[in-house]
Design a protein around this ligand. Structure first.
Ligand code: B12
Length: 206
């Protein structure tokens, strides 16, 4: 049986989504588990869009609901304190404007006490290069959900190489349906399936 929250996100039932999130937070469910259910619901929205049951307006609606949900869930992350662990440059690559997943990664890295330089969406390779050079970041995170984003990811890794920065930075990629095969084509060091993995990778590398 499908989880109620997954179903409510999939059905774009905004009120039910927020009611269920509040209930689960109050009962002590791990915020990351709640995000996981919301993400499964979003994957369902994507399938319904592909099946022409939903339109772009529904994708927009789903995106808005998820962003508002994240604002509530994000307040429940445990924050690490003390000295910053180091800088991480992150952005959604050129030609892609999906930022919900990237923003979750940003929130978790910030909660994990990283100095996060968030370049936003539709970020051209040169901007990543400049940000790495200026910040001295040791990790770059590339997010992308569209198939065409894979080319932009590769172009970004190539630009870091051309600028002579590649030996000093680790590149992690993530978003939607990325695979190990794509990671190899892009030339990234690792693929993170979710935001927690992004933090685990940074903890390993920095
Ligand atoms: C919401 C949504 C939108 C919203 C985005 C709102 C926003 N502010 O982000 C809007 C309406 C803008 C949109 C637009 C479009 N979309 Co859209 N969208 C979606 C949808 C339904 C959900 C995406 C989402 O937010 N998921 C939830 C988040 C939490 O998951 P996530 O991104 O995967 O992130 C997690 C992990 O992947 C990981 N992660 C993410 N980034 C990173 C980075 C690093 C470094 C690491 C380690 C980990 C990591 O951590 C996150 C948390 O766990 C997907 C369906 C799907 N299956 O994903 C389609 C989908 C991605 N969209 C699609 C399409 C086609 C489009 C449009 C082209 C539609 C159109 N005709 O205009 C445009 C493209 C615009 C553009 N140039 O980018 C297709 C892509 C097909 C393809 N293979 O290319 C999908 C798959 C839908 C479908 N099944 O057809 N979309």
């Amino acid at each position: 049986m499908t989880d109620q929250l997954v179903q409510a996100v999939s059905d774009l039932e905004e009120e039910t989504v927020f009611k269920l999130i509040e209930e689960r937070l109050a009962s002590g469910t791990d915020p990351l588990e709640i995000i996981g259910f919301c993400r499964d619901g979003m994957a369902d929205v994507g399938k319904r869009y592909e099946a022409s049951e939903y339109y772009v307006s529904d994708l927009i609606m789903a995106g808005e609901v998820f962003k508002q949900a994240m604002a509530v869930i994000g307040q429940n992350f445990e924050l690490e304190t003390g000295e910053k662990r180091g800088a991480v440059v992150i952005g959604t690559v050129k030609d892609d404007i999906h930022d919900i997943g990237k923003d979750i990664v940003v929130s978790l890295l910030k909660a994990g006490n990283y100095d996060v330089i968030d370049l936003g969406v539709n970020v051209p390779p040169e901007k990543f290069v400049d940000a790495v050079r200026d910040s001295g970041a040791k990790v770059v995170g590339l997010s992308g959900l569209l198939t065409i984003a894979y080319d932009s990811m590769k172009a970004t890794v190539d630009a870091l190489e051309t600028a002579g920065l590649r030996p000093d930075v680790k590149v992690m990629i993530g978003g939607g349906a990325l695979t190990e095969q794509v990671r190899q084509q892009v030339g990234a060091d690792a693929l993170g399936a979710d935001a927690q993995e992004a933090v685990v990778l940074c903890n390993k590398w920095i």
